[in-house]
Design a protein. Structure first.
Length: 131
């Protein structure tokens, strides 16, 4: 398996971790009975950290399909090389750094880290489109 596919796999692990982080905090807030039930009726609004983790998760899910598709296209087309390798590393590392920055409510730096992840995605796409 190529490094790019391995990094895609670790990105999926990150996605699962983000799901578990946000959902476990939310379960602490609402209780297991509410969370395991039909969730009829209103729940209290999420606490700030929980809400930030939910938004960080949603943010990952906005670009993850694009990243996954780009990595898979690069693999199938034989376009893997320095651009895809750097792009995958940038995307994954930036997405990992993004989570605690968002959870802590750190502005600006979080946005810059997001731009780094986007640059990683663009590198993979560039390798695919201009091989």
């Amino acid at each position: 398996m190529t490094t790019e596919l391995t990094l895609l796999g670790w990105t999926l692990v990150l996605a699962l971790i983000q799901i578990l982080l946000a959902s476990s905090l939310r379960t602490q807030e609402t209780g297991v009975k509410y969370n395991a039930g039909p969730r009829d009726g209103g729940a209290p609004p999420p606490r700030p950290v929980t809400a930030r983790l939910q938004r960080a998760q949603a943010n990952l899910f906005e670009t993850l399909p694009l990243f996954a598709a780009a990595v898979l296209i690069a693999h199938v087309s034989g376009s893997e090389g320095d651009l895809t390798l750097w792009g995958c590393w940038l995307y994954l590392v930036a997405r990992i750094v993004y989570v605690p920055l968002y959870a802590a409510g750190i502005p600006m730096v979080r946005s810059l880290v997001w731009l780094v992840s986007l640059a990683g995605l663009v590198l993979v796409l560039a390798a695919v489109l201009w091989q």
